[in-house]
Design a binder for this molecule. Structure first.
Ligand code: NAD
Length: 686
């Protein structure tokens, strides 16, 4: 139950605009009060304009920002005196409204004002909150919502049937407020709540109080009842559930990623499990979205995968066809409601519900998959409330389309930077704690990939993961401790990747060690260790990746970090070089095997990457220097002089080659070797 978080001591000294930020953040702090990126707030205040005149300004949240993180820069200012004459109009198109409001801007360099600016302007009170609280939307999406609102609030709260935000809704709200001075708020059918007040505190506290009243009212109706009916398919126990999810996720991700790569996010929280496993969940979920604000993130309908909780194989088998049917239905919905030259979004579902297992959401990055997940939690709460009152109702498909393809809603999406080249892709990098693996992870992440770092050095892998999440956001990287020479650990690590992101697209087979000694001084243990990590390790990693890729059915790209030593015979590194050569041949064989599945396997052959490599911090440096008869500190210069281009190689140089092979830039290349060695003629591949 939301409660007032207002603190007079904190709010007192703030300017009207600062107080708007303060109030907005209080509202945004509780997601049962307002959706992420949803809701808007405003204040009307006296300000001095650029000519020194006193003007009344409407400060209103800008389009596309989130109340929870609002800053002063996210607030648009408009001269009220210019906006208010619109109230006299009979009608106004969205395009006219946007154009007109541009002329009213008090802060021309600020953000575009909220879609719902006119509603804020037309309410004559100083402070206005517009939110989408679960409890209020439960009333707003209930079949007889208006009657419930009357019964609950009497004449204190008004009702306006659903109309898409814009001039018409703004005018209806303004008129109702002006004609009914006793009103404290208005419930907008299938949409949300508007409240107001003469002070910021009064406005905020009215919002919270009306929500509390609605929550109590719904709780009274739900008491002692199983709102969605009893359990139809019991939730699987945690271990079998994880096993089932792991088995189906790559198939689901493959089907969902046919047009555009997506990452998946699993939610098997008790709240979700209770919903999806219940008797009436399917019927209620397929009624449609719970709030217009959800649609661009959840689509109007989820995909429901019917399952009795028994055979995982039968669940898996139905996925491709179920996703295909969903796509066809989405295409039909698009064709039925398109008005002009709209471009259809990817037709794949954003939310997938599976009885007994939970919910899976999809997005071009993990942040978006999580937004869909969080919004669907709100949807479940709304559906529960409305069903407790009587019957949940949703927007019609036409109304939903009107929101999903509404140019003003699309504008918010355009504020986001465009997707990077590897958006929606998942890369597994072995040996990502250090050197070439770390540099490759940073490079792929920079291009939008989600990265799983498998390394025996758990702390180092966690450090690289933190570096990536600090730069690119939560969830963009995950560290998984793994010894690549251990079959069970490799399998477990790939299962973890599937559970974290749904599957994978790129593997950089890189983890390694080095050893240098004349053959007479190479022990069997040295030989076995090198072959265990390099040859066996690359094989085990490749095999797990191939298994998942064949289930996913959307191809994959594997990059082997071999070495110049795989191509050129050198002294005193026979075991290392033989192991590296075996990797190279493995890569070529796998290229042949992978072709039929769209799986590409290519190799990068670096030479002498001293900087940032731990290999060169080890005995290897001393031993190589001894082989060449030079002091260890002269090695860098020695290697530079040995190359045709007279350069040293860095991990970042190798990472560029990795990016080339990992991405579609090399879509038609497999079985190839790219040397990153500054030019070593003996290693030119023939
Ligand atoms: P590095 O030592 O800096 O990084 C190697 C990483 O592999 C480390 O993080 C290490 O913890 C990890 N690792 C080692 N054994 C592992 C195991 N059993 N399981 C999981 N992780 C393990 O070395 P680097 O120079 O970045 O080398 C990376 C790859 O590049 C190696 O395969 C190496 O053979 C190859 N290579 C390096 C050079 C060079 O000069 N540095 C040249 C050619 C090829």
């Amino acid at each position: 139950m939301p409660c007032s978080l207002w603190n007079d001591a904190e709010a007192e000294a703030l300017s009207p605009r600062e107080q708007l930020v303060y109030r907005s953040r209080l509202l945004g702090a509780d997601r049962t009060v307002c959706n992420i990126y949803g809701g808007n707030t405003s204040v009307k205040a006296e300000e001095t304009d650029f000519r020194g005149r006193q003007v009344r300004v409407l400060w209103v949240k800008g389009s596309g920002s989130d109340l929870a993180t609002l800053t002063l820069n996210d607030i648009a200012g408009l001269r009220l005196e210019d906006v208010l004459p619109l109230f006299e109009r009979e009608s106004l198109s969205d395009e006219e409204m946007v154009e007109y409001l541009t002329h009213c801007l008090f802060t021309p360099r600020g953000p575009r004002p909220s879609i719902e600016t006119l509603m804020h302007a037309f309410v004559p009170h100083a402070h206005v909150d517009h939110t989408h609280p679960d409890a209020i939307i439960s009333l707003a999406t209930c079949a007889d919502g208006e009657a419930h609102v009357k019964r609950l609030y009497g004449k204190r709260v008004g009702w306006i049937p659903y109309v898409r935000p814009g001039f018409t809704l703004g005018k209806a709200v303004g008129q109702q407020v002006r004609e009914n001075p006793q009103l404290e708020g208005i419930v907008l059918g299938k949409h949300g709540l508007v409240c107001w007040g003469e002070t910021a505190k009064a406005c905020y506290e009215t919002t919270i109080r009306l929500i509390q009243e609605a929550e109590d009212y719904i709780a009274d109706h739900a008491r002692g009842r199983r709102v969605f009916g009893g359990v139809r398919v019991p939730a699987l126990e945690p271990e079998p559930r994880k096993e089932a999810l792991r088995a189906i996720l790559p198939v689901l991700r493959g089907a969902i990623s046919k047009q555009q790569h997506q990452v998946l996010c699993v939610d098997d929280s008790p709240e979700v499990l209770e919903f999806v496993s219940s008797e009436r969940a399917r019927e209620v979920a397929l009624i449609g979205s719970a709030c217009p604000d959800h649609i661009v993130h959840t689509k109007h309908y989820p995909l429901w995968l019917e399952w009795d909780g028994r055979s995982v194989e039968s669940l898996k088998a139905q996925i491709p066809e179920a996703v295909q049917r969903y796509r066809e239905a989405y295409q039909a919905y698009f064709e039925a409601h398109r008005r002009g030259d709209e471009t259809m979004f990817d037709s794949a579902p954003r939310v997938v519900l599976i009885p007994g297992l939970g919910m899976v959401t999809a997005g071009r990055d993990v942040a978006r998959a999580r937004i869909s997940r969080d919004l669907y939690h709100r949807a479940i709460a709304v559906m529960r409330g409305a069903t407790a009152l009587r019957q949940f109702v949703s927007l019609t498909p036409e109304e939903a389309f009107g929101i999903e393809y509404w140019p003003l809603e699309l504008y918010k999406l355009r504020l986001r930077p465009p997707d990077r080249e590897l958006a929606g892709r998942v890369a597994v990098i072995t040996g990502g704690a250090s050197g070439i693996g770390r540099a490759s992870a940073l490079r792929l992440a920079q291009e939008g990939a989600h990265v799983a770092l498998l390394d025996i050095d758990a702390e180092g892998a966690a450090r690289t993961a933190q570096e990536i999440t600090a730069r690119h956001g939560e969830g963009r990287a995950v560290a998984i401790p793994c010894d690549v020479s251990d079959e069970a650990q490799v399998r477990h690590a790939f299962h973890q990747v599937a559970l974290t992101y749904g599957g994978l697209d790129i593997v950089v087979n890189n983890a390694g060690i080095a050893h240098s000694a004349p053959i007479t001084e190479t022990t069997l243990a040295d030989w076995e260790r090198l072959f265990a990590i390099l040859a066996r390790g690359y094989f085990l990693v490749a095999r797990e990746a191939f298994r998942i890729w064949q289930e996913q059915g959307i191809g994959g790209s594997m990059v082997f970090i071999t070495s110049k030593n795989a191509l050129v015979a050198g002294k005193a590194a026979a075991a290392y070089s033989a192991a590296k050569a075996s990797e190279l041949h493995l890569a070529r064989c796998l290229a042949e095997e992978g072709g039929a599945f769209g799986i590409r396997v290519n190799s990068v052959a670096p030479d002498a990457v001293l900087q940032g490599s731990r290999i060169w911090d080890s005995q290897w440096r001393e031993e190589r220097a001894r082989t060449y008869g030079i002091p260890p500190e002269a090695l860098e210069e020695y290697y530079r002089q040995r190359t045709t281009l007279k350069v040293n190689i860095t991990p970042e140089d190798v990472a560029e080659a990795v990016l080339f092979f990992a991405s579609d830039r090399s879509a038609k290349t497999t079985g190839a070797v790219l040397c990153v060695d500054g030019g070593v003629p003996a290693a030119y591949p023939r």
